[in-house]
Design a protein around this ligand. Structure first.
Ligand code: DLL
Length: 426
């Protein structure tokens, strides 16, 4: 463990620490961020917190709130206190911008170091980071955490898969990080270059930034011959590093000394119990520069009840099932792309890339799932594979979709987050 004392802190002490920090951060936000002062005053809310349950009295913060106050309206301190900024991609509007004080960067490095150590990173590792270094939080988060652990970082940055693989071989990379779909893409490219990914020295990987089914995880493990860990995070909290899974591979430990987690019913906003699935809501407990209270992540998961045999006491959440805004409603059925991915990836003849297209035909919504084959198949084989995947999708989603098997490398690939759904109804 990177920080055994904190990672195994008895729950009672952890709750006490959370309460102490929650009291301070709520007051800090109220006193220094006009947005929070206005919101609390208008709702007649007293910023004095007495118990952890008092958090439910506080208003939520949404992405729109952050956008309305972008880029610098949510900051607590004068600009000279900040030393770095990052931003979400902004594909769906104004980018959400977060600024870090030196202390905020310290906290981010610490939680990232805990996640990376939990995934097996040590100072002996050669740690390659094939993620664009830029305003996206991914690369820098892994970089700072890896430095804290003391691994040898190979900051290969953006793109050029062949170069990534050549450098992996040249430097004897043992550990990689990034976006899950990109790890599969790299495995494809390696094979085309005549390299067997499992023949490289990579033994460990940690991936996140997008929905990541257990079948996809298994596929990456098999193709690369490596262990795979899931890491979760979001720009608004710090970037990657909010949580990651331990070697039990059963849920992600969320660092509760820095983040307070709740699960709510996305419709009513009511807090739900452990094991009940809903939307994750997070409060930053230690972020000086830009505290965020009760942030609605839109990510769907549930919190575990009970202890983990790894010895860490911090609560676990289930792998993110999807975002509530990614949920597709077709003919009254709620479908998450993660469910379709699970069905697709289960099939041994399916390749590494797939895409879902939703269209209106007359009054009916139809879904076509395009799946790359593992290799080129003739038409009869394609139909056989498509029928099997179609059946599996129906079992998992209870919905009938048309499945089309296409040749390898014919669907668009992304070096960032994969775009799995094209909704032509909009
Ligand atoms: O994606 C931070 C990150 C980078 C996490 C690299 C892990 C690895 P954003 O661009 O702000 O930040 O996107 C945050 O991505 O609300 C989730 O919907 C999704 N997401 C992040 N990690 C996971 C994961 C980064 N492990 C949004 N599983 C979040 C599923 C994830 N979804």
């Amino acid at each position: 463990m990177f920080n055994p004392k904190i990672e195994t802190l008895p729950r009672k002490e952890l709750r006490e620490l959370q309460l102490k920090r929650l009291k301070a951060i709520v007051l800090h936000a109220y006193e220094h961020v006009p947005f929070y002062r206005k919101k609390f005053d208008e709702a007649g809310i007293d910023p004095g917190i007495k118990t952890l349950d008092d958090v439910t009295k506080l208003p939520f913060t949404t992405k729109d709130d952050l956008r309305d106050n972008a880029p610098f309206g949510m900051l607590t301190s004068p600009m000279e206190q900040y030393i770095e900024l990052h931003a979400s991609s902004g594909t769906t509007g104004t980018p959400v911008t977060v600024c870090y004080t030196r202390n905020d960067l310290e906290v981010w490095s610490e939680v990232m170091a805990r996640c990376l150590s939990m995934a097996g990173l040590t100072e002996k590792d050669v740690f390659q980071i094939p993620i664009p270094y830029g305003t996206f939080t991914g690369a820098f988060g892994f970089h700072y955490g890896g430095q804290r652990v003391g691994a040898l970082i190979v900051p290969t940055g953006k793109g050029d898969s062949e170069r990534q693989l050549r450098l992996m071989k040249y430097y004897g990379t043992t550990f990689i990080a990034g976006i899950a779909s990109y790890a599969l893409h790299l495995a494809n490219v390696a094979k085309k270059m005549g390299m067997e990914p499992s023949g490289l020295s990579v033994r460990n990987g940690i991936f996140g930034a997008e929905m990541f089914s257990s079948e996809m995880k298994r596929k990456i493990m098999n193709e690369w011959g490596m262990d795979v860990h899931d890491i979760y995070g979001l720009t608004e909290m710090c970037g990657p590093g909010v949580s990651a899974d331990c070697d039990e591979h059963d849920g992600l430990h969320l660092w509760e000394d820095h983040f307070l987690a709740e699960i709510i019913d996305p419709e009513t906003g009511e807090q739900l119990d452990p094991e009940e699935e809903g939307e994750l809501v997070l409060t930053t407990l230690t972020k000086d520069g830009m505290p965020i209270i009760r942030y609605r992540t839109r990510d769907i998961t549930y919190l575990y009840d009970g202890e983990c045999s790894c010895g860490r006491t911090h609560v676990k959440h289930a792998p993110i099932k999807g975002r509530s805004d990614d949920m597709i409603i077709v003919k009254g059925t709620n479908i998450f792309p993660s469910q379709v991915e699970e069905a697709v990836m289960k099939h041994p003849e399916a390749g590494n890339n797939w895409l879902m297209i939703i269209e209106k035909q007359g009054d009916m919504d139809t879904i076509t799932v395009k799946v790359e084959g593992k290799q080129k198949y003739d038409e009869r084989e394609k139909e056989r594979i498509a029928a099997a995947i179609q059946k599996e999708i129906r079992v998992i989603t209870t919905f009938g979709m048309r499945v089309e098997v296409v040749d390898p490398d014919t669907l668009p690939v992304s070096e960032g987050k994969a775009r799995r759904v094209i909704d032509k109804r909009k």
